[in-house]
Write a new protein. Structure first.
Length: 321
């Protein structure tokens, strides 16, 4: 193709079409990049689950071996392996605060009661992680009808966010240009122009907040009863409410201050609703209630041991007679 043909083709293609094609290419690239990131995130999540299960399985094996053999703290062979497994458990990706407290308590004093209690907690956490791993594998290899559709829509969060930001900026520019054409020669119009400019900026900030929370809602990772993050349901509900409040901006510019104020109040409420359970609300090692429970369970264990000893002695006397 000659240079004349290139010049004719450039004259034929309008600048608007070129800008549209460039924007479309950018959106497609963002979609592909987001899909790759989500795929890598699922793979990393699966690796973290597998790593936690491996660490928990090793510790559960040591505890079960110790419980079955009934060794005491003087046997170095089992003691060193158990201490190593307990220390390694603190590095598990999905270690819960409750399990961490039990591991710390077992490192200080690992008697029979604490070993049995920790083993039960480990089995419960391992069952949760196994179910979570099954769901992740099912979502990746054999997704349902709705899950497959959501996997196609979820990577579009980035392109939609970029398109929304461009639309908000263009609407702000149009409103500011419209406000600048107001005749400020009259006293009343000066205040009116300032009010319109302030409302335009507040509508822009409100729309930007709603857009960010829609993006947060679309990229929020689902948790299946795993105590590793804040509660999923309050976070999703707040994201939906904050985004839905911005729809009332279509009422008019007069509602902009109130809508933005409601969004900011909901944002502050989110710190209260989505935070995890505080340390003071959880029973810690040495808590009076926990000590009483441990003492009562120790008494039950000792009583059961005494009963077994008495039964064995009676059986021996019966055999001798």
């Amino acid at each position: 193709m000659s240079p004349t043909d290139f010049a004719a083709l450039a004259a034929y293609i309008s600048p608007g079409l070129i800008a549209f094609l460039l924007a479309l290419s950018l959106l497609v690239w963002l979609y592909v990049h987001s899909a790759a990131q989500l795929r890598n995130s699922r793979q990393q999540r699966l690796e973290e689950l597998q790593e936690s299960l491996r660490i928990y399985g090793r510790l559960a094996g040591c505890l079960q071996t110790a419980t079955q053999n009934g060794f005491n703290n003087s046997e170095k062979q089992y003691q060193n392996g158990l201490i190593h497994a307990l220390q390694e458990a603190k590095a598990a990706p999905y270690l819960t605060p409750h399990l961490q407290e039990q591991v710390q308590a077992s490192l200080r004093e690992c008697d029979t009661f604490r070993r049995e209690l920790l083993l039960k907690s480990l089995e419960r956490e391992m069952n949760k992680l196994i179910e979570e791993r099954r769901l992740v594998l099912l979502e990746s290899h054999a997704p349902g009808w709705g899950t497959a559709l959501w996997k196609l829509l979820r990577p579009a969060a980035g392109p939609l966010a970029l398109a929304g930001i461009v639309w908000l900026v263009s609407r702000l520019v149009v409103e500011l240009i419209a406000s600048s054409h107001v005749d400020v020669s009259l006293p009343d119009t000066v205040q009116s122009a300032s009010w319109l400019i302030g409302c335009a900026w507040m509508r822009f900030v409100s729309g930007l907040i709603a857009l960010l929370y829609v993006y947060r809602l679309m990229t929020l990772r689902r948790q299946n009863d795993l105590d590793v993050t804040a509660s999923h349901f309050p976070t999703s509900l707040l994201c939906m409410v904050i985004a839905a409040v911005a729809l009332f901006q279509w009422i008019g510019p007069e509602a902009s201050p109130y809508i933005l104020a409601v969004q900011l109040v909901l944002f502050l409420i989110g710190f209260r609703l989505t935070r995890g359970r505080s340390r003071s609300d959880r029973p810690y090692v040495g808590h009076p209630g926990l000590i009483k429970a441990d003492a009562s369970q120790h008494q039950d264990v000792h009583a059961a041991d005494k009963d077994k000893t008495a039964d064995s002695s009676l059986a021996e006397e019966h055999i001798r007679s």
